[in-house]
Design a protein around this ligand. Sequence first.
Ligand code: BJW
Ligand code: ZN
Length: 242
Amino acid sequence: MIPSTYATVAQHLRESKSIVVTTGAGMSAESGVPTFRDETGLWMGYRPEEVATPTAFARDPNLVWSFYRKRRADLAPIQPHVGHRVLAGWQQRFEDLTIITQNVDGLHERAGATRVFELHGRLDLTRCTACNHQQQGLDDLGALPTCPNCGALLRPAVVWFEEMLPEAAIVGSSEAIDRCDLLLVIGTSNRVYPAAALVEQAALRGVPIIEINPKPTPLSNLAGVALREPCGRALAGIDAAL
Ligand code: BJW
Ligand code: ZN
């Protein structure tokens, strides 16, 4: 017996021509990646401005690298879950489905998703603060890694507060939002901009919005349908109803 909300979302999916799915940290929670703002989230014990701003990195790169060194090590054994696989499968099934993620864990791609815009960069990418050098991988680079080319400090290739998002990701995301006729918002607190503004942008055009999140968010009022449960179970349920 398929719950009626799963059937409703499945019907929306079948009837839509262009679908966008935005995801946040809650998307990866069932894989074992901590969220940021929940009770046991990553920001507990840290003030975000102490570890996730360029000013913080300039002031205390040791502290910032110790935060990211642990997160890179923790990410290494993590695997995508059924929800990531369902979304990747929908990209094969539906003509136009774009995933826009704030996550830096690369789990959508590892589950086989092909069209993914990563708004906040990648934890498995490191870049030089002085030259164009970039390196890929989750290897332990030591306490304060430096560039093999020029000797300057390396930094995680993620987007911190006060930094611009990658141009291609923000342009591609905005275009996808402008042509979509269905938006699924999964596992984000919708507190960080400009990511949250994409949801507002779709709402302004009257696009139906479906939120999958155990808890309401500041943008829940824009969603016509809300599934208040973990996304792995919800996505598997919707998939079964398709
Ligand atoms: C589940 C679940 C399960 C649990 N299933 N769900 C407009 C207004 C106000 C402020 C601004 C504005 N525009 C810009 C700003 C400033 C700032 C901002 O937004 N501040 C607000 C916080 C007030 N934005 C920026 O600075 C951005 N840059 C920018 O705007 O550039 C222009 C500029 C230039 C110069 C000066 C000023 C502006 C950059 C933002 C970068 C964010 N970076 C981080 C860190 C990335 C690196 C890293 O990983 O360390 O990105 S912050 C952190 O928050 C991370 C996340 O991607 C992001 C969003 O968090 P997310 O994913 O929503 O996670 P949570 O924990 O908040 O929520 C999890 C949710 O999951 C919860 O709702 C749970 O209920 C749910 N959940 N289990 C489904 N199983
Ligand atoms: Zn360099």
